[in-house]
Structure formats: C-alpha cells, structure tokens
Write a protein that binds this ligand. Structure first.
Ligand SMILES: N[C@@H](CCC(=O)N[C@@H](CS)C(=O)NCC(=O)O)C(=O)O
Length: 216
C-alpha cells in the first residue's frame, strides 16, 4: 500500500492534482491530510517531504514529491490508465499544457487561491489575473478544438492535463469568472467528474479554515 500525503482538501490545489492522478492510476494509497498554514504545518510536512511541500506519494522505497512528477510516475505505473493521451501529438501538447500550468499563472494563483467551499460573490479579476484567465481559455480552446472531439475534456477522455487544470477550474468556478460557453461547459464537466465530486465532498466535510483565504 502506498501513502499519499496531502494538504487540506478545500485549499490545497497541488494536493488535488496528485490525488486525482493517483486515483486515475488506480494506485491504492493511504491518505494523510495535513492542514496548511498552521504553526505545525511545515514540521509535519517535512516529516514526509524533502521539499516540505505536498503532495507526496510514497510507494515502497520510492518518494515522489511533486504533482507533475507524480503524473509521470502514475503514467509509468499504470500505462493503461490513460494518464496521458495515447496519440503522440496529443500527448506532447498535453505535457506542454500541464507544464505551462505547473510553472505559470502566478497572478491568478496568488489572487484567487483554491477554496472549493467559497460561497462569496463573483470577483472581478485584476488586469494581470484577467490576462492569465485569457491565456488559459485560449489554451483550453486550442486543446479542445484539436484533440477534444472524443469527450468532454481537454483531450477528449480525462487525462493528466485535466488533473493539472482542475484547481484552476475550481478557482474560476468559485470566484465566478466570466467565461465563454465552451470554457464554462468544460469547467462544468470537470467539476462533475466523479473524482472531483468525491474530492469536493471530502473538502466540504473539513472543519479547518484558513481565514485569509475565506475573506476573499
Ligand atoms: N511544485 C509542487 C508545489 C507544491 C506546493 O507548493 N504545495 C503547497 C500546498 S498546495 C505546500 O505544500 N505548501 C507548504 C505549506 O503551506 O506549508 C507540486 O507541484 O507538487
């Protein structure tokens, strides 16, 4: 049995990615949830993670401590799980999109932290956040147009690219971003995916609160 170390499900965007990937791969894992932004968080996470960040997947003597690395590990462990699209061209674009997500959109991530339980009114994005959202929408539209015909997700069937963007989908949904019909339909499909529904229900049941995030 593997172990998956996660942050609070309501707030930990990177953890959501890791969890979606591990579940898609069908890797059986005990889950350890560490609440973020408490005085003990860093010490508790550092007991498992060389980077002191979550998510971390531990399987036997292998430790994988980054969500994109977890995607690749899951793809190797479960080659038939569809972690990456089967078509090489689609796969190359899916990896590019995932890497862009992994290292980009700092304005959006900073201004609109993930908060699945958010019930506040829609927020108007500042210019730098709006620019990130515009780029994301253009990227989604390109993936869907070129590779999405077989299903509701970026490359048709659910893949690592959808897992990587799932926290952004949650942010655009919970902060009420104005979206075109196609992006809105894609976001609804992601939020309705059974794994997202399962994660969201667990997030809703959490009692930890991060006041600074809840105030947004
Ligand atoms: N590049 C890492 C980033 C992970 C990351 O920044 N995780 C945040 C939580 S979402 C974290 O562990 N923060 C540590 C803390 O808040 O103490 C990944 O993709 O897994």
């Amino acid at each position: 049995m593997a172990t998956l170390i996660l942050g609070n499900r309501n707030y930990s965007s990177w953890s959501l990615r890791g969890w979606l990937l591990v579940r898609q791969a069908g890797i059986a894992a005990d889950e350890v949830v560490i609440p973020l932004r408490t005085p003990e968080s860093a010490t508790l996470i550092a007991q498992h993670s060389p980077s002191a960040k979550v998510p971390v997947l531990i399987q036997g003597d292998v430790t994988v401590w980054d969500s994109l690395a977890i995607a690749e590990y899951c793809a190797e462990q479960a080659p038939d799980a569809g972690i990456w699209p089967a078509d090489p061209a689609a796969r190359a674009v899916a990896r590019s999109a995932s890497a862009e997500m992994h290292s980009g959109y700092a304005a959006l991530r900073g201004a609109w932290p993930m908060n699945l339980k958010r019930k506040g009114p829609p927020l108007l994005p500042a210019a730098d956040v709006a620019a990130d959202i515009a780029r994301i929408i253009a990227l989604w539209s390109d993936c869907r147009a070129r590779f999405g015909a077989g299903g509701a997700f970026l490359f048709g069937d659910w893949s690592a690219a959808d897992a990587m963007f799932a926290p952004v989908v949650s942010r655009l949904t919970s902060y009420g971003a104005a979206l075109d019909t196609d992006s809105s339909t894609y976001c609804a499909a992601v939020m309705a995916h059974p794994l997202m529904v399962e994660w969201s229900a667990m997030a809703a049941a959490e009692t930890w609160n991060i006041a600074a995030v809840d105030a947004l």
